[in-house]
Design a protein around this ligand. Structure first.
Ligand SMILES: [Zn+2]
Length: 252
């Protein structure tokens, strides 16, 4: 079994679904982490190519903590668009990984890079199994066998742009793996100063734990991650995540 987290920036996968990826890896799954960009705008002091190089290494180191493979689709920060090259790159990674489960951002999130990534990933999950969708790669990668199970992670900060809380169809208990999730996130050292300066976030690891504790509080565990499954036709609607890791009732 294979899981792919396809998110906008390096560190998004660790923040929004890192604990779930750890648990799937521990259950014997092959895990892949992909970011649309190498995080080229995530610095107040380094130039784009310098910070991108640093962040690629940080992302690869975080993935290596759980023997996951890191992929970068080489888009650019603040310029992730629903366009042909981006969709082609996303289809190629889905065809390469052939995932059973894909995680991405929710359709509504704090910045448009996340929303575009959500749309592109949704389309790529569909298009990867359509053999006539030619990405231009030669030799062409084999089409995916079927549409993977698609799950949207929580919005940043747990709320959408109107301050409304995210809604989830499944919670994953990450209490036992919160330490390793924090270790993975700590690999993104360059982001501490950036998030403090630009997001007013004092320490991103503590902030991640606070969000996970808030979601845990909704389902009666110490730390959780929440997801909403894409169940519209023709995406698979069986809850493979809950079947694999156990399910908790969504909050009322
Ligand atoms: Zn992001």
């Amino acid at each position: 079994m294979r899981a792919l987290a396809l998110m906008a920036h390096p560190d998004d996968a660790e923040i929004f679904c890192g604990g779930t990826l750890i648990r799937l890896q521990e259950a014997g799954w092959e895990v892949h982490i992909a970011s649309m960009t190498p995080g080229d705008c995530g610095s107040m002091v380094e130039g784009p190519s310098e910070i991108a190089g640093i962040r690629r290494r940080e992302a690869a180191a975080a993935a290596a903590k759980i023997r996951a493979t890191y992929h970068c689709l080489d888009r650019r920060d603040l310029r992730i668009f629903y366009d042909e090259p981006t969709l082609q790159a996303a289809v190629e990674v889905v065809r390469e990984v052939q995932p059973d489960v894909v995680f991405t951002h929710p359709p509504h999130d704090y910045m448009l890079d996340h929303e575009m990534t959500s749309k592109v990933t949704r389309a790529a999950c569909f298009g990867a199994s359509a053999p006539n969708f030619d990405t231009g790669r030669r030799p062409a990668a084999a089409s995916a066998a079927s549409i993977p199970h698609l799950y949207y992670a929580s919005p940043a900060g747990g709320t959408n742009i109107f301050g409304e809380p995210g809604s989830y169809s499944v919670y994953v208990d990450v209490s036992e793996v919160i330490g390793l999730k924090a270790d993975m996130l700590s690999c993104h050292q360059s982001q501490r100063e950036w998030l403090r300066a630009q997001h007013g976030m004092d320490h991103y690891v503590e902030e991640m734990k606070r969000w996970a504790a808030e979601l845990g509080g909704r389902c009666g565990v110490a730390y959780a991650e929440g997801f909403r499954q894409h169940v519209g036709h023709p995406y698979p609607a069986s809850d493979l995540l809950a079947q694999t890791l156990g399910s908790f009732a969504p909050a009322k």
